[in-house]
Design a protein around this ligand. Sequence first.
Ligand SMILES: O=C(CO)[C@H](O)[C@H](O)COP(=O)(O)O
Length: 212
Amino acid sequence: MKLLQVALDLFSTEEALKVLDQVGQYVDIIELGTPLMIAEGARVVKTVKEKYPDKIVFADIKVMDGGGVVPKVCFEAGADMVSVLAAADDHTIKAAIDLAKEYKGKVLVDMCSVKDIPSRGKEVEAMGPDYVCVHVGYDIQATGVDPIEELRKLDQVKCHKAIAGGIKLSTFEAAVQSPADVIISGGGIYNQPNMGEVAKQMREILDKYNNQ
Ligand SMILES: O=C(CO)[C@H](O)[C@H](O)COP(=O)(O)O
């Protein structure tokens, strides 16, 4: 079953909760985006998990070092999943995966800025992450790189995959039809004046696909 993830790349818990009031009911995974984690720290994890205990709460902390230590604070605050960068050393990725197991949590390995996606994807897969995420970062999105094209570079990788990078309602169906297991949308939801309606329509598209 494919999942819908809203990325809350916001700067305050208050803003995040306001967005969730409108869209929370339609998503499977609530991503506490990197700016939000930097601004509010693990406290936002606790607040959101208490309010949405049935949702998967993902702390997008993009760990680059200290894989066995840094995510701890998020798991202890109630996070179900954290992110580690594929560009990090293998020791860091493996340590984060081992730590997650202690907390019965999950790890998403983010391929952002990886040059050789096919070969790094295979190496990362061998470490046993829960998800490998193809991610066209904010600073690259304006250059027109298509996350669905990027995902094709992971065709030889068989573990669960996520896709991110400027996905919006108009591109959502194509993302759902791609091999991605998790479809992530941030600004494509929270920057829309009718964000509740947008999230609802994404949910409907996903449910239709999942129920085929
Ligand atoms: O991790 C991120 C940026 O580093 C974002 O959460 C991700 O790119 C999804 O957001 P958007 O749909 O707005 O691109």
